[in-house]
Design a protein around this ligand. Sequence first.
Ligand SMILES: [Zn+2]
Length: 287
Amino acid sequence: MQERDAAPAPTLLAVFAHPDDESYLCGGTLARYAAAGAQVVLVCATRGEARELATPDLATAETLPAVREAELRAAAALLGIAAVHLLDYRDGTLMDVPFLEGVERVAAIMAASPPTIVLTFGPEGVYGHPDHVAVHRWTKEAFLYGGQGPGAGGQEPPGRVTAPPPLAPVGERLYYCAPPRSWYRAVAARCRARGVHDRYGPRADVLGVPDELVTTRLDVAPYAAQRLAAIRAHATQLPANHPFRTLPGADLLDLFSSEWFTRAWPPAARHAPPESDLLAGGPSSAE
Ligand SMILES: [Zn+2]
């Protein structure tokens, strides 16, 4: 990033559904670009209160939303994230939020902190979680149209088919986090080799995205320890037998040394060599 020293610092905006999504999916990437001088902004749609409480000694049902928010802010601090925006929706309800409302919430944050790069879930939501799929849809729409897309402001006459407005991307690039199936299989293999609870093995063929969808692999080895610390900051989500607690540290640092993405905008050229930097080149590199 030295060649960018004269340019304004890029802004990397990550939009997710639950506390811990950011650390699991791209914690190393957020830490890497924060360390390189980017302004990293995180949007989290909920406080993750619907997910099972793995450590009953750390929270009660009443305190869980506040505890999970505190865990999120601690993880964000560990990763060097400059700002955290909570959308304050209830965990598990994002598919019930009116689509344009979700889009407008994300678009408003993009307008306030114009992003260079946007990271979010892919259309599969990593493993099909409806909240992840909802956030994917809002963020893609907000990125491509800046909140002024089809239906914005109630302009779309019901029942009439019209051409969509021209695309007006608010940033240079949109990426979907894409932990590949091969990674979940690698975690499962380490668990078997070390004789610890194999959390992912039974579902390793459906978790993550097919490897061939990956366009971008980032080396985040120097940030793997930060990523692990951020994951572990979400203590109420990490049961004692979770492999991210039980695998040897060296195994975890190895497993956390890469992160994967699918470039959604500008569309990656067919057969393009894999990217290794979210900020390298520019939109024209899709040609
Ligand atoms: Zn999630």
